[in-house]
Each structure stands twice: as C-alpha cells, then as structure tokens.
Write a protein that binds this ligand. Structure first.
Ligand code: NAD
Length: 281
C-alpha cells in the first residue's frame, strides 16, 4: 500500500508555479492577479481564504480579498464582480462559498467572466469540461487527477466510482475520469446500495462530508482510494469520509486526511490563476 502524499506533491507544484510566474513577469511583464470575494464571518471560509492568499503570495501572484458583511445585498456583490471582470490586472475571480441564504449563489457565479472563472464553477466551463474542451476545471477534482498522474495511475479502462455528486466536487470529478476513459459510476445520497457500487471500483473517489462512510468491507482489494471529504471531529481534528485505518491495508494507494487532496486544491487554484494570466490577450 502506498500513501499518496498530497502535501509533498502540492509543494512541488507550487514551486513550479512560482518559477513560471517569475518567467511570465520577466517575459511579458504580467503579474497574475486573483480577486477573492468573502462574505460574512464563517471561520472556516476565513481560514480557507487566508490560506489561499498566503499561497498566492508565496507563488508571486497578486491577490486581493473583498471582505463583505453578512448583510450585503445581491446587487452589491454583483457590482463587485462586474468591476473585477473589467479589471485588467485581475485574471481570476473566486467567490468563497457558502454565501448567505439571501444571496442567489448561482446568479453570482454565472456573472463571473468565464475567462476569469478560476474555480471552474461557471456553467460555460462545466459544459466545456463535459465536452472534453479546454477550460477551467474545479480545483479539487483537478487536483485528484494530478495526484493520479503523479503516482502513475492511469484511469483508462478502469472501473471508477465517485461517491458524492455535487456540482463542485462529484460531477466534475466523474467528468474528468470519464474523459480519461474510465468507466464511471456516480453515487449520491439516494443510491440504493452504495457498497454494491464502491466494491466494484478500481478507483474509488469519495467526496461526501460524512466521517466513516466508507468502511473496509466496501472497498475492493487493491483499489486506489481518494478521500476528498473533510470532517471536523469533536476533539477538533480533521478526518475524511473513509475509515482510513480499516481501508488502507486493502488498497494499492490511498490519500490521507489531512495531507491528501486538501493541499492539492490550493495548488490547483494557483495553477488555474496562472493559466488565466497566460491567456491574457
Ligand atoms: P455537498 O454537500 O454539496 O455534496 C455532498 C454529496 O454527497 C451530495 O451529492 C450527496 O447526495 C452525497 N451524499 C450525502 N450523503 C451521502 C451518503 N450517505 N451516501 C452517498 N452519497 C451521499 O458537498 P461538497 O461541497 O461536494 O463537499 C463534499 C465533501 O468534500 C465535504 O466534506 C467537503 O468539505 C469536502 N471538500 C473537500 C475539498 C478539499 O480540498 N479536500 C474541497 C471541496 C470539498
């Protein structure tokens, strides 16, 4: 069994990105720029945004955070996005989710210029992903694909199972695996017999948000198991959706939580921002 070290891989990718940013500055006088919109006081959202800003700084990417109060209106957020769309120094726009319930998040995300949609949440980019065209791919599933590649795991011809079918994790994950020629099963809360699906998988990717959902008896011998889930336990520690202790001995490869997919997500945000900057006309 091999542990997929997302932390180490992400550090390596971040160093490569920093080098490319340097080159872009030197060759075209372009400093990649990321604008983050952060609404409300959710501690987890603030922590994520802080980590993203730090990662940008280390990579030489300019970043600015627009902090807005919980009571902000839909109109004010929309105006900020329109302003960022026009700003030539901003290559990427990211709206930290979740947004307060009085805000129409779909409308907000659809307002982002698809060429600046570094989170890959715009339906235009999702459509491009589904049709196998180049565009922005959501950072978490993109990070999973980079992990598979780095560890020499080719999804082609494999049976893959994605548990969780959200627009930002499960669905794009399934599309990427399908584009890489895996046969993909997608499971969700209404799946009748989850284990019947997971047990078939050569590559099992889980992104649900339920600690201990995947147990040893649900995993095929020799499977690759990727755990996207992040759950905070009562003692404050983080854990994934997979019962790591039970499942790990059965796998060929497994990602830990923390130190697996999480660090890759941030590295992919930098990668997408660099891509947007390189595509500046
Ligand atoms: P979400 O709540 O939007 O979606 C959860 C999905 O899981 C849904 O499709 C739902 O149908 C499915 N589901 C719920 N209970 C289930 C069950 N018992 N069996 C099978 N499927 C079930 O969540 P999300 O935004 O997609 O995030 C999923 C998890 O991934 C969360 O733990 C989140 O914190 C984590 N996450 C991690 C990263 C990272 O960088 N590692 C990034 C994004 C999300």
């Amino acid at each position: 069994m091999q542990i997929i070290d997302g932390k180490k891989l992400a550090q390596q990718i971040r160093r490569e990105i920093a080098k490319e940013v340097e080159e872009l500055k030197a060759s075209r006088d372009i400093t990649p720029g990321l604008a983050v919109i952060l609404v409300g006081d959710d501690p987890a959202s603030h922590a994520y945004v802080k980590m993203k800003a730090k990662a940008c700084k280390e990579a030489g990417i300019y970043s600015i955070t627009h902090e807005m109060p919980e009571s902000i209106s839909q109109n004010e957020i929309e105006e900020t996005i329109l302003m960022m769309n026009k700003n030539p120094n901003i290559d990427g726009i990211l709206v930290q989710l979740p947004l307060p319930t009085h805000i129409d998040a779909t409308k907000i995300l659809e307002l982002i210029d698809p060429a600046k949609d570094v989170d890959g949440f715009h339906p235009y980019n999702f459509g491009r992903l589904m049709t196998g065209l180049d565009g922005f791919v959501p950072c978490t599933p993109l990070g999973v694909m980079e992990m598979l590649e780095a560890y020499g795991i080719d999804p082609k011809g494999k049976d893959a199972c994605v548990v969780g079918a959200s627009n930002i994790v499960g669905k794009p994950m399934a599309a990427l695996l399908l584009n890489a020629f895996a046969t993909v099963d997608i499971c969700h809360i209404y799946t009748k017999d989850l284990a019947a699906h997971t047990k078939q998988a050569d590559i099992l990717v889980v992104g649900v948000g339920k600690a201990g959902l995947i147990t040893e008896d649900m995993v095929k011998e020799g499977a690759v198991v990727i755990d996207i889930g992040i759950n905070r336990l009562e003692d404050g520690s983080l854990t994934g959706d997979v019962d790591y202790e039970g499942v790990a001995p059965k796998c060929s490869h497994i990602t830990p939580v923390p130190g697996g997919v999480g660090p890759m997500t941030i590295a992919m945000l930098l990668k997408n921002t660099l891509k947007a900057a390189k595509d500046r006309s």
